[in-house]
Design a protein around this ligand. Structure first.
Ligand code: M6R
Length: 609
């Protein structure tokens, strides 16, 4: 998603903005741009593709000035191109924007009729023209922005400058994230804290409907609708982890290999072996409150939604509490049936996914209690929840979720133990058993990572396939979905995940000699059934690769390849099977020469609908 960095102070703005944009690279982008202002003269540089192209351009045509705004663009309205890259200038006003302006076509038509000329296909350009039109001799820049924003419907975080007021930087937010860092009389604006935390740890987090006017070494906050606001800054005490490859060829492989440690981190300090229980420090619910909920509702997008599906199996199985799993983008518009008797659990790596955040707000407005599962500290979803369980996976740069998925699975496992102990469905012995199973997990992940060369061989064998099917049953079904998503997003091979028992109701028609079928067959209660499903595929000439449990030699009969995954018990087997499928997708993508860290069209943090 788009990234914004702004600066106003006494140093040259360009290096500050470029270093910030580099740190926001993980969000995904297709073009970038920067604008600085010196003595009322504005200069803009934009380029398509990677930031290095903009850096090259800046070497040839440097920019100077103590005020500036920069942007990495993830295309929504208008293709990726230099013309559509931000900043956009309308008259005297220059804007960078993250979000979507829903009524931009209407506004564009009206502005065009009034003589404005547009140079891009973006919704953002409309904002700059609209502000420019309002910025007259009788109206201040600040008032012009306020008036323009009243006419805009949609989601935005934006920074605006004007040639007619060279001492002012205006920031506004409604729906997309924005923070402001303060160091003396210097101000740093960014979509995400890691972009500016090396300059200052004093941060003000902007909330929806707020505006900041930075002028002459001061900042004034107000509601967009009018009325000054007292905002309190906070000192950030966590350190953003550096994105280093540590000898790995890319971030994704490094993050796959970080899983043993990430899984130790999500458990660290939380288990009480003797009591057969766990302590979830941010849960903020005592036993009486926790067991009082009539149902749970897990809501998420993408990979996090797959984690939620695993969570349903765990919680219903061990705690006997009904669990609904919702896709956030559907939930938010469905007038969902939740109440104060519902515990709603948004799951999000970034904590900024627009749909998940909107679902959270919808549920909160309906009086549901919210406990989120998040990776990013102080993210919007974490802040807006009544409680939060952090996954402690560390920084994930690769767009494809890997360690953040398996840590979500373990966070849900911990929550299952806590809820089961609170409502009495998990007794002391079962609790101790479940905790004991966790202690061996990192080593089993290490062992699974050791299967890489066998997995690479499989990827080589099926490299020319255009489609693939993943099958799983029970708790492995969501892992089949996740395996298929991983393959699609980084190798661009079409893949579908199905519950194995559903094959005969349609997808079996797809089986032929060109279609690899990846079957998940852990040693759990579904094994016999999955074996039958496998035979149905083999009988129709399908090419089967089976992921079975270590030592289950018979399971592989009829398959072209059988990969033996360590056995961690039914409830934790999704973690190990997920790791194997991450390696499979990774190998396909690398053999096809794809950029696994930045797959086309995708963004790490999806802050628009
Ligand atoms: O940050 P979130 O967990 O809320 O992100 C949700 C999805 O966008 C995300 O899981 C996406 O599907 C993954 N990048 C897939 O690997």
């Amino acid at each position: 998603m788009c990234g914004i960095v702004g600066y106003m102070g006494n140093q040259d703005a360009t290096p500050v903005i470029m270093s910030g944009l580099n740190l926001l690279e993980y969000r995904g982008y297709d073009s970038a741009g920067i604008c600085t202002m010196a003595s009322g003269a504005v200069e803009i540089r934009r380029s398509s593709g990677k930031l290095v192209n903009l850096e090259r351009l800046l070497k040839q045509q440097p920019l100077h000035g103590n005020i500036g705004i920069g942007h990495t663009r993830w295309a929504t309205h208008g293709k990726p191109s230099i013309a559509n890259a931000h900043p956009h200038k309308g008259g005297s006003v220059i804007v960078v924007h993250n979000g979507i302006i829903e009524n931009y076509l209407l506004l564009k038509d009206e502005l065009t009729r009034r003589g404005h000329q547009f140079l891009s296909e973006t919704d953002t350009e409309v904002i700059s023209h609209l502000i420019d039109e309002k910025f007259t001799a009788d109206t201040s820049f600040e008032e012009a922005v306020r008036q323009a924003l009243k006419e805009i419907h949609g989601v935005y975080a934006l920074c605006a400058l004007s040639e007619k007021d060279d001492k002012t930087l205006i920031v506004a937010k409604s729906g997309s994230p924005m923070v402001i860092g303060i160091r003396g009389n210097e101000y740093f604006v960014a979509s995400d804290m890691p972009a500016i935390i090396c300059y200052t740890r004093e941060i003000v987090i902007m909330e929806d409907g707020e505006m900041a006017v930075i002028r002459n070494g001061t900042v004034k906050f107000s509601a967009i609708g009018g009325g000054e606001l007292e905002k309190i800054s906070r000192i950030i005490d966590w350190s953003p982890l550096k994105a280093e490859n540590k000898g790995f060829p890319n971030h994704m492989l490094k993050e796959i290999h970080e899983q043993p440690q990430a899984l130790r981190n999500v458990v660290a300090g939380r288990v009480r072996e003797e009591e057969g229980d766990v302590v979830l420090e941010g849960l903020n619910l005592d036993d009486t409150s926790l067991k009082s909920f009539e149902r749970l509702c897990l809501v998420a997008c993408g990979t996090s939604w797959h984690a939620a599906l695993v969570g349903k199996y765990l919680i219903e199985e061990y705690c006997r509490v009904p669990v609904d799993v919702e896709i956030a983008s559907e939930f938010r518009y469905r007038d969902p049936l939740v109440s104060r008797k519902t515990l709603v659990i948004p799951i999000s790596q970034s904590g900024e996914t627009a749909d998940t955040l909107a679902a959270l707000r919808e549920a909160r407005d309906k009086d549901a209690h919210i406990v989120s599962i998040c990776n990013v500290a102080d993210s919007s979803i974490a802040r807006e929840s009544h409680g939060v369980i952090y996954t402690h996976a560390g920084l994930e740069i690769g767009v494809a979720s890997t360690k953040t998925f398996t840590t979500q699975l373990v966070a849900l496992y911990l929550l299952t133990i806590r809820l089961g102990r609170a409502n009495g469905r998990i007794d002391l012995r079962k609790g101790q058993e479940m905790i004991a199973a966790l202690s061996g997990l990192p080593a089993l992940v290490e062992k699974t990572l050791g299967l890489d060369s066998q997995i690479e061989e499989v990827a080589c064998e099926y490299l020319t396939s255009w489609d693939a099917i993943y099958l799983g049953r029970g708790i492995s079904y969501p892992i089949a979905l996740e395996g298929a998503l991983k393959l699609k997003e980084i190798s661009y091979i079409h893949a579908d995940g199905y519950p194995a028992g559903e094959m005969k109701h349609g997808p079996i028609a797809l089986i032929d000699v060109d279609m690899p079928v990846f079957i998940l067959a852990p040693r759990d209660r579904h094994l016999v059934k999955v074996q039958s499903n496998m035979e149905e595929v083999v009988a129709r000439g399908g090419r089967v690769v089976v992921f079975c449990s270590e030592g289950d030699f018979k399971t592989g009969k009829g398959a072209e390849y059988a990969l033996q995954i360590p056995w961690a018990g039914e409830a934790l087997s999704p973690v190990l099977f997920a790791v194997a499928l991450q390696l499979l997708a990774y190998n396909f993508a690398i053999l096809k020469g794809k950029d696994v860290d930045k797959p086309r069209n995708l963004a790490k943090s999806v802050t628009v609908e």
